[in-house]
Design a protein around this ligand. Sequence first.
Ligand code: MG
Ligand code: ZN
Length: 195
Amino acid sequence: MKRRAVFLDRDGTLNEDVGYPSSFSQIRIFPAAFEAVKKIRDAGFLAVVVTNQSAVGRGLLTEAGLNIIHENMKAAFAAAGAPLDAVYYCPHYKPSDSPRYGIVCACRKPAAGLALKAAADLDLDLSASYVVGDKSGDVEFALNIGATPVLLQSGGGRESQSRLEEKGLHPSFVAADVLEAVNWILKREGSGIQA
Ligand SMILES: [Mg+2]
Ligand SMILES: [Zn+2]
């Protein structure tokens, strides 16, 4: 049987959105994020981070540097008893001069690429999965992959909400933070309501 994931955005969802962090020392993980990830895993879902990191394409950070940040984040979550199952990122930035990063890619959210890669690697049922994020692009990403979108107000969520309303797109739930989002998901699962 295929597995299910809660896809988690990174900046503004798991940690404070501070622009383009270039080292782990700039990453402040929300305390509630540890409990949220633990609950996700206890409920049998995989916790999979999906993040646009155009800082790489913008030349603000190398891909090796980004991987070091992610290794540190994984270690922090594991140390809190809430290991992340995987981290997928898009390093691209279309206006970049770099031939490697200056492309129109298929992996920058809201494009589906990161989820398709995760689904292939981890044997996921995307239609039975969830996406939690603070940007309109996270909600669009969820709709593009057939998952259930939860929008957060913890990062850029309020602004995102009006942008989504203009487009006629609706998250299934709007939560104050990632823990409230996960509590809603687990309650919904418990009540047997399906997408
Ligand atoms: Mg975000
Ligand atoms: Zn990309």
